[in-house]
Ligand binder design. Sequence first.
Ligand code: SF4
Length: 460
Amino acid sequence: MSETPRQITLDEWDRAYERLQAAGVPQPVYGGPLGRHVADGDTRLLKLRFDSSLAALQLWNFLLTEEDRLRAARDAGKKLVGTMKDLGTVPVMAYSLDNLVAFYPDGAWWIPCVMEVNSGLLQIADSLGIDESFCPVRAMLGAFVTEAHFPIPDLLTCSVGATCDDFSAIAQRLNGLGHPILWWEIPHRRPPESDEDGVHLPGGFSAPRSQIQFVKAELERVAIALQDLAGRALDDEALARGIAQANHVRRLLAKLRDAAFTATPCPMPALEMLIAEMLAIHFCSDREETVVVLQELLDEVNRRVLAGVGYLPDQAARVFWVNPVADLQVLNLLEDCGGRICGTEYLFAHALDPIPLDVPPMEALARMALADPMAGSAVDRAARIVADIRRLGAEAVIVSRIPGASHCALEGEIIGEIVREECGIPVLEIEVPPLTDAVYPSLRTRLEALVETVVNRRSR
Ligand code: SF4
């Protein structure tokens, strides 16, 4: 491929793929032209622009073949665990047993975007009383009904307690539809009182030791269910091995984020970086291959940094992005408007932090689960965002609201106020529905205005 990175269309990628094949460039078993995924209904791909590297091709193909991998795992006799809501904890436990494969049914969140609302999943959710007043994760209900997107798991787990109202209601509806769920609780995280023993958590928060003990006991219940399903022991040794592997993935991702967010010019577009971050949560149903995919991406980024090549002019506005975008196309749009991502908080920052190694494995996982930015207050979440903004030198923040999401009604305002006060940089709040086509021109105007503001502030 070309030394100079480019963002190319799906058609361009498919023509490039033909040239790769003619040249005999080897591809992984899940490789192939990206265009074939459109035939499966992933029509949004036609509107996206993709990084032109082989590493990015591999990343996209890995992401878009997860359903095939899950079915192959089941055919090979493995058991499937649908882990819901905790984002990054139970999968570490499940992958500690080599005959279990964990995935997030919550990933259906993106189906309305990727299939451009043609999957019928939202209509099914509507018919089950879960309408557009809920966040796009309601598509998950439709995916369970149609069984057309992922196999029905052998075990379903779901964290409750400090979780959003949307997910609680939707998971309860799912349970009512005949899909039994093993519920486990994460309490709302609070700082320790002066007379309480406190524990520092990954990511900088703290919590009373009693909360850690509570979550640990909850995870022990989950571990028993996983052991029963696997028919083998999930002891400390197995968990420690699983944590070491998860930390390997997290270390790779940390290097990738560091290089991609800080190098000039920007060595990897925002869209590919979002997908790379998502791999850390549950390894896209193949932990070993996740390592390969991330390593390739990191090698590509390092090559570009060394060669001084990348995207956007050096003076591109440095934007910190809060919350995942329901429409992937909006990350392309930011770059069209002259902005680049220099930091993110996509609701799962805790799943990117290294899991502590200086305490017994189950306690380490409990600490990680409680470090979820969504398990505490919006003020806590803002504090972590502020620390990252300072570290990464962001010049503006975009908080993208998720339509219907219960936590989005107020938290954007709270985060915005704190960021403005602490960092003195502009904050833009936008709403990003699964398909932004109708609001695309106004979104463009708002992003262009933000970039212009950043540039004007520099000359003050
Ligand atoms: S409301 Fe927010 S946290 Fe809850 S499922 Fe939707 S996006 Fe996730």
